[in-house]
Write a protein that binds this ligand. Structure first.
Ligand code: PLP
Length: 416
């Protein structure tokens, strides 16, 4: 197809086919040329309940007719109020304020700005941020600054601000991360930002809850703000509503997006502790939080999020998550002994492994080969280099899951 579209994270020079998707339901996509594709990565990790959940579809349609858009600076609307109250009901009680934005990246930008604003308004300006090696928090200049540096941000390197990077807490080397954090906290940084338990785009790297809990404790003792980016891990992905729960951790600032609307429309929130809100609160306009975008808290997106919250309240979502986790684990275990499969691992609904080599490498030569292999099998599986992962909607059926794992096994045989 001759299209003027410039696609994200796509090398058009490779001439890879770009399927035209016309319809989706549950864990299945349909293309214009009649292919039935299994969506094994929840359309970039967003579609939690499956495409086209009837309650979310109905909420969007109804809201579009009632109130489509309204400026949010100094105005409000029912869906936003409902979402904010609903979040307070299910998120840690320490997080009392909800700031809306439009994507995972903006939720992180907002978190960073809140952290720096907090220190400024307390009369103790701090600018240094601590980050974890291999992290990914988005593709804006701010979020790239707190993420891993590499080919995908080399061109912008001079614009990225300086951060202090802690080593990833790999098995057996966790203490080095904690020691580095203790040392870094002595220089009074503003905040530490982490992806709890799973580093997603950095290669589906897992680390234990104990390390997350200890990192949180070190920050609390040192008076350094702790930001949890649960954009990927939130909404049941790791087996619990939040990954932080598994470590008994409550952050000062929490970033949520992706599954916030069940994956149907873009929306994000940054939740903050009362202390962070109060640091910006005064009678002086100069200390208000200077952040917005035109579509902040768009009512249609908020209606979808309100429907998602109702689904979480009224449907057995965590049971579906537990069921999918078991079904994935069984299939992963069956692959685990194959020679081409390395480091098979799973947490909640996320399963991952490397094919054709021990360590994952984003620009591995095998990446495009694997991508083409899964396309040929009518699957949406988008490996991170040679790291193949499965992160399906919670409603995926057994037959479709079997197809995904059979294709992974075949890939390991052919290319492993
Ligand atoms: N943070 C994490 C942990 C993510 O995984 C992502 C996206 O994958 C983002 C932030 C950025 O979210 P978005 O792509 O919605 O801007």
């Amino acid at each position: 197809m001759n299209s003027p579209i410039w696609h994200p994270f796509t090398q058009h020079g490779l001439g890879e086919p770009i399927p035209l998707v016309t319809r989706a339901e549950g864990a299945v996509l349909h293309t214009a040329d009649g292919q039935r594709i299994v969506d094994a990565i929840s359309s970039w990790w967003v579609t939690t309940h499956g495409h086209g959940h009837p309650r979310i579809v109905a909420a969007i349609a109804e809201q579009a007719q009632r109130l489509d858009q309204i400026i949010f600076a100094g105005w409000t609307h029912e869906p936003a109020e409902e979402v904010a109250r609903g979040l307070l009901d299910i998120m840690p009680v320490e997080l009392t304020r909800v700031f809306f934005s439009d994507s995972g990246s903006t939720s992180v930008e907002v978190a960073l700005k809140m952290a720096l604003g907090y220190w400024l308004h307390r009369g103790e300006p701090r600018h240094r941020l601590l980050v974890m090696e291999h992290s990914y928090h988005g593709d804006t200049i701010g979020t790239m600054s707190v993420g891993a540096r590499g080919a995908f941000n080399a061109a912008y390197e001079p614009l990225l601000f300086d951060v202090e990077t802690l080593p990833f807490p790999a098995a057996g080397a966790e203490q080095a991360t904690l020691d580095a954090l203790e040392a870094a906290c002595r220089a009074r940084p503003a905040a530490l930002i982490v992806e709890p338990l799973v580093l997603g785009a950095g290669g589906m790297l897992f680390y234990p809850p104990r390390v997350l809990a200890e990192m949180r404790a070190i920050c609390a003792r040192a008076g350094v703000l702790f930001i949890a980016d649960e954009v990927m891990t939130g909404w049941g992905r790791t087996g619990t509503l939040l990954a932080c729960e598994q470590a008994g951790v409550v952050p000062d600032i929490l970033c949520l997006s992706k599954g916030l609307t069940g994956g149907a429309v873009p929306l994000a929130v940054t939740m903050a502790s009362e202390a962070i809100f109060q640091a910006h609160w005064s009678q002086d306009r100069a200390t208000m939080f200077f952040h917005s975008s035109s579509y902040t808290a768009n009512p249609i997106a908020c209606a979808a999020a309100a429907a998602n919250l109702a689904i979480w309240r009224e449907e057995p979502v965590l049971e579906r998550v537990a069921d999918l986790s078991r079904r994935q684990r069984t299939r992963l275990d069956a692959l685990a002994g194959m020679p081409g499969i390395h480091n098979p691992r799973a947490l909640g609904t996320i399963a991952a492994m490397e094919i054709g080599g021990g360590g994952g490498a984003y620009l591995s030569a095998l990446g495009p080969t694997l991508m083409a292999h899964f396309r040929e099998h009518d699957l949406l599986v988008r490996p991170l280099g040679n790291t193949v992962y499965v992160m399906p909607p919670y409603c995926i059926g057994d037959d479709d899951l079997d197809r995904v794992y059979a294709a992974i096994g075949e890939a390991a045989e052919r290319f492993g």
